[in-house]
Every structure is written in structure tokens, then in C-alpha cells.
Design a binder for this molecule. Sequence first.
Ligand code: C2E
Ligand code: CA
Ligand code: CA
Length: 263
Amino acid sequence: MADLKGNLRKALDNSDLSLYYQPQVNLQQDTLSGCEALVRWNHAQLGWIRPDVFIPVAEQSDLIDNLTYWSINVALREWLQFCGKAPPKAIAINLSAKLLQSPEVVDLVTRAMNIWGADPGTLVLEVTESAMMSDPQVALHTLFALHEMGITLSIDDFGTGYSSLAYLKKLPVDELKIDKSFVHQMAENKQDRKIVQTIIDLAHNLDMSVVAEGIENRQILDMLVGMGCDYGQGFYIGRPMAMADLPAWEKKSSWKNPEVIPA
Ligand code: C2E
Ligand code: CA
Ligand code: CA
């Protein structure tokens, strides 16, 4: 662990990390709605190290602050470059639980948006339920400040944490992201299907939009369209990829840019 921490510190200093982008699509309109930025670490000796291995290590030290500011800056720069002159679509970035407890995060996000000239309306911050619950008062304060700036807030892995509905209704949250553990087997598992429909209805009843992650085949995608789910993400649509590969994916995919669809 100590070794991984030291290596990660070096990786941040030497820019050995990169971001991959996974497409998110509007399921009801068949268009690309944005991407989620996911960090990648290709270690010279150890090879690819999974984020669910090194993010917890970063969270147990001060490294998570640097990693997050690095990811917000890189994501905004690369994403705005990718969007070019077209109106930028949404870029979703994962905000670690720990940062929600630090009020400076608001200044740091503001600074990054100013540097890259990003419109807050294009930025989505994904936060897990457990992140909000560890110190709800501080988290709530940070979330309100970010929301007031016009940033979209999304609850990641929804359904796997412990947040109560009483708490959920107080949150300035715009989107629920259904955890992939409910989506994976929804074709065979009636209970999962019911849970997914319940989350879709809950989101809509609370005036939120809803994203399903972990869509791995056409059958599940079609089911989600029929169930009224707004957005989707998963290997069937597109795997997380380097920014350089995104234009080729977009060209051959059936999810088009709203701007380039012929009238
Ligand atoms: P997450 O935010 O829930 O990200 C979704 C994960 O599901 C990603 O794994 C993605 O590659 C994977 N995934 C996407 N579609 C499918 C699918 O159809 N099937 C399956 N089986 N998996 C799918 P990844 O990239 O390994 O990230 C794992 C976790 O690491 C993320 O979970 C997130 O919690 C964390 N993470 C990743 N990047 C960052 C980051 O920049 N900052 C922070 N704080 N956390 C990050
Ligand atoms: Ca996420
Ligand atoms: Ca998730």
C-alpha cells in the first residue's frame, strides 16, 4: 500500500495518468449526450492498475485532492477541444467522497472552469450516496454551492448506499445514476427490473433525470428505452476510450451528434 501511494505520487508528478472517456447517450433521442471521464494509470512495471485499486489509496492520503484537480482540469481541456465549435455536451467527472467534506472544492472547480472557459451547464459531478452521508451537513453545504454555480449533480451507484428518501429530497441533485449491479441482469431478473423501474419513476417524480450504467447488450438497452430511462452508458454503447479514439467511435456509432443529424 505504501508502495502504491509512493508510485501514485510519482505518477501524478510525471503525468503518468490519463483520462478515458465513456460515451453517455440520450436513450429517447438516440443521440450522444456526453461522456464520463474515468482515470487510467499505466504503470511502467506493473502495467494497468485499476482505479478501484488506486482511488481508495489516494483517498486515504492527501493525493485524492491533487488527483481530482488534475482530472477536472484535464477533462475540461480535452473535452472542450473535442467539442470544438459545436455547443459542448456534458462531461461527467467523479468527485471523491473525501472532497465533498472540503469546502475548498468549490473554489477549485470555479478556478478550473475559468481557466478553460467552461460553461457550468456542461459539467456534471458524480458523487456517491455514501459520500453524502459521511458528514451530511458539510456535504450539503458543498453540494448547494456547486449547484448554485449551475453544475449538474448526479448520484452515482444509486441504490447501493444508505441514503434515506427524507435526505434525498433535501439534496440539490439533478440526476440519479442507476448502479450497474441492477442493470446487468435485468433481462433475466424480475426483481432487478422492478428496482430499475422504481428508480426511474422516483427520479422523474422528483424532477430528476436518470442514467442507467452497465448496459452490455441491445436487449437491456431496448428495455430501458421502453421503461422511460433518459440516458444510458455501458460497454454495448461504448467502452471507456482515449480521447484520440472518440471521433472514430462517434463516426461509426449509431448515436449521432444532435447538431449533425440532417434535417
Ligand atoms: P464508476 O464511477 O461507477 O464508473 C463506472 C465503472 O464501470 C467504470 O470502471 C467503467 O469502466 C465500468 N463500466 C462502464 N460500463 C460498463 C459495462 O457495461 N459493464 C461493466 N461491467 N462495467 C462497465 P472503472 O473505469 O474501472 O472505474 C471504477 C471506479 O473508479 C469508478 O466507478 C469510480 O468510482 C472510480 N473512478 C474512476 N475514475 C475516477 C476519477 O477520475 N476520480 C474518482 N474520484 N474516482 C474515479
Ligand atoms: Ca461514476
Ligand atoms: Ca457508477
